[in-house]
Design a protein around this ligand. Structure first.
Ligand code: G
Ligand code: G
Ligand code: MN
Ligand code: NA
Length: 250
């Protein structure tokens, strides 16, 4: 059967699960939060990557239903974590095209009891591509709820800098392609340094993504990045394993 047809029933069959990857503060190595990363446990194909099924979900419109579930589930999971630990949720551009995103987020916060300041929504540059007034307005309304907005995969689009003017992001997530250059190319730190400095001047935090080595970590600290995530700190794991991070810390 086509992957589209199979994805249609995946939610009801409980084949979708959120994994969580820790995000650390670079100033004191404490855990600031976790990014929710969607996983599909397919009965025959095994684990299907979101890289493969999110596009299908977007083509079929299923991303709305799935995206709503992700927001609700992430808030419900995070409500059980220590206060101060945030959850970051990836949003598809299509979730902005349906009118009720604000209501879905509000409902998820209300029913989970998660304080808004502990929710961060990650959007990619594709959300801002159209420079559409309605999208910017929705972002402002979301932010007015008290949650945080992050610009994900920063630097991979072709007009990144101009997007920083379109909305006061709380967070910039530096794409892992730049982190991979650290310590490898002679000019590897240039872009990370520049982005971290710019973000700081704009009053935004910076999370470096895909940090795999202690050398990258050192250069990111030197650059003034505020947070990091990656295999060096921890892989994405099921919600049941998140508590272990806190048990270790206590
Ligand atoms: O873990 P990784 O392979 O998990 O994720 C691959 C890509 O899938 C990333 O670009 C990530 O942003 C995206 N992704 C993961 N979970 C979600 C989700 O819940 N919603 C959306 N829209 N994208 C997601
Ligand atoms: O686009 P987004 O930032 O949401 O994607 C996160 C993706 O990056 C997920 O697929 C996640 O599994 C992956 N990822 C997280 N940490 C690392 C890492 O240290 N190295 C690599 N190569 N991928 C990572
Ligand atoms: Mn992300
Ligand atoms: Na990213």
């Amino acid at each position: 059967r086509a992957i589209q047809a199979e994805l249609r029933g995946a939610l009801e069959r409980r084949e979708l699960e959120l994994y969580y990857q820790p995000i650390f503060s670079l100033s004191d190595r404490s855990i600031v939060g976790f990014e929710a990363l969607l996983r599909w446990h397919h009965p025959e194909r095994g684990m299907v990557s979101p890289v493969d099924f999110i596009p299908v979900a977007e083509e079929t419109g299923l991303i709305i239903e799935i995206g709503d579930w992700v927001i609700q589930q992430a808030c419900a999971d995070a409500a059980r974590w220590p206060s101060g630990v945030r959850v970051a949720v990836n949003l598809s551009v299509l979730q902005f095209e349906k009118a009720n995103l604000l209501q879905v987020v509000r409902d998820a916060l209300h029913s989970s009891g998660l304080p808004a300041r502990r929710l961060e929504l990650e959007i990619t540059e594709s959300v801002l591509l159209k420079e559409d007034e309605a999208t910017i307005q929705t972002l402002h309304q979301l932010k007015a709820l008290g949650l945080r907005i992050a610009l994900d995969d920063f630097g991979t689009g072709y007009a990144s800098l101009s997007y920083l003017r379109s909305f006061p992001f709380d967070q910039i997530k530096i794409d892992r392609s730049f982190v991979q250059d650290l310590g490898v190319r002679a000019d590897g730190a240039l872009i990370v340094n520049a982005v971290a400095e710019l973000a700081q001047k704009l009053g935004m935090e910076t999370t470096a993504e895909g940090v795999e080595t202690s050398e990258q970590l050192r250069l990111l600290q030197e650059a003034g990045c505020t947070q990091a995530q990656g295999f060096n700190f921890g892989r994405p794991n099921p919600a049941s394993q998140v508590m272990r991070y806190f048990a270790d810390a206590m």
